[in-house]
Design a binder for this molecule. Structure first.
Ligand code: 6CS
Length: 305
């Protein structure tokens, strides 16, 4: 069901999936059973009746739907409802070069992104969903757009001296906030950190609050995401990048039935990565465009977990 709701409701309902169009403030709150209308009226069978012809679908309807989290600088929904952030901005630029005018964002938690993609609630994930073995086994990733690092959000002065995953293992009394199904949860699980040390919170602001109020000792999140949160809330500090965390990187993720679109997208992305526009987008969001040079999806998909 599509209906206009106030953007305040949208931003409050971050836990729910909500459709955010880049222009009109058309939003639709989708329950897990619902699908946004029209966009998948034809279901996943493309014009050929076979696998999705995502390129033809995007050109015909004028946009592709993307799963996002609203976690700056990776993804951001502005106050007037525009879908932006590093990954959506790159995706929008590349699909525009393929003849698809725009994108429409659906906000969802990280642990809902791949199930929602498979359920055809969106056509791609452009959220900074970091590549690792289990995810690469379920979806088709484009070549990476960004690489980035992980950090801990800690109390000022980092009184428990939490700087590495090993520190968490060595101190079983430490409580670490992670996003459910997030990459950081996976890092700690792969390191065999006992589950009783994990506190799962879906909302980044609440994760920071848990540290400030002493209910947790650290919030494990990408460095740039913590720095963006710190711009709004000074009651915590961000550690330097965690040295024993794997290299993180991401690109757009597609359904396995969309291999033909992935091939076309990757070819256009490779050209786009040579342009000043690509560098401008990454610079705007605080990413180093040179850091992703030579990094491949094949390499990042070796990440354990
Ligand atoms: O890929 C993930 O699961 C992680 N990616 C980002 C951009 N933020 C946190 C999340 O856990």
């Amino acid at each position: 069901m599509t209906h206009e709701i106030s953007r305040r409701t949208l931003l409050r309902g971050l836990g729910a999936a909500a459709v955010v169009a880049p222009t009109a403030a058309w939003l639709s709150s989708c329950s897990s059973a619902e699908k946004p209308p029209a966009a998948n009226a034809g279901g996943t069978a493309g014009a050929t009746g076979g696998a999705t012809d995502l390129l033809a679908k995007g050109k015909k309807q004028g946009y592709l739907r993307v799963g996002i989290a609203n976690e700056p600088p990776y993804t951001k929904v502005t106050a007037d409802g525009k879908v932006t952030g590093c990954e959506p901005d790159v995706f929008r630029a590349v699909v525009k070069r393929l003849g698809i005018p725009d994108i429409q964002g659906v906000i969802t938690p990280y642990n809902g992104m791949i199930p929602g993609l498979k359920a055809d609630r969106w056509d791609a994930i452009t959220a900074g969903l970091f590549m690792k073995q289990s995810r690469c086994a379920e979806v088709l990733y484009s070549e990476p757009v960004i690489v980035s690092t992980e950090s801990f959000g800690v109390k000022p002065g980092n009184p428990r001296h939490i700087t590495t995953v090993q520190d968490v293992l060595d101190h079983p009394d430490l409580k670490i906030v992670v996003l459910p199904g997030g990459f950081e949860e996976g890092i700690l699980q792969t390191a065999k950190v006992p589950d009783k040390q994990l506190i799962r919170i879906n909302d980044n602001r609440s994760g920071v609050e848990a540290v400030i109020q002493g209910r947790a000792d650290a919030f494990f999140l990408p460095t740039l995401s913590l720095r963006a949160l710190h711009e709004q809330e000074k009651g915590f500090e961000v550690t330097p990048p965690v040295e024993d965390a794997p290299k993180t990187g991401s690109g757009a993720a597609f359904r396995q039935s969309d291999q033909s679109f992935l091939d076309v997208y990757n070819a256009e992305l490779a050209k786009f990565k040579q342009t000043d526009e690509f560098k401008k987008i990454l610079d705007k969001w605080g990413f180093d465009p040179s850091a992703v040079k030579g990094v491949t999806a094949k390499e990042l998909c070796q990440n354990k977990g």
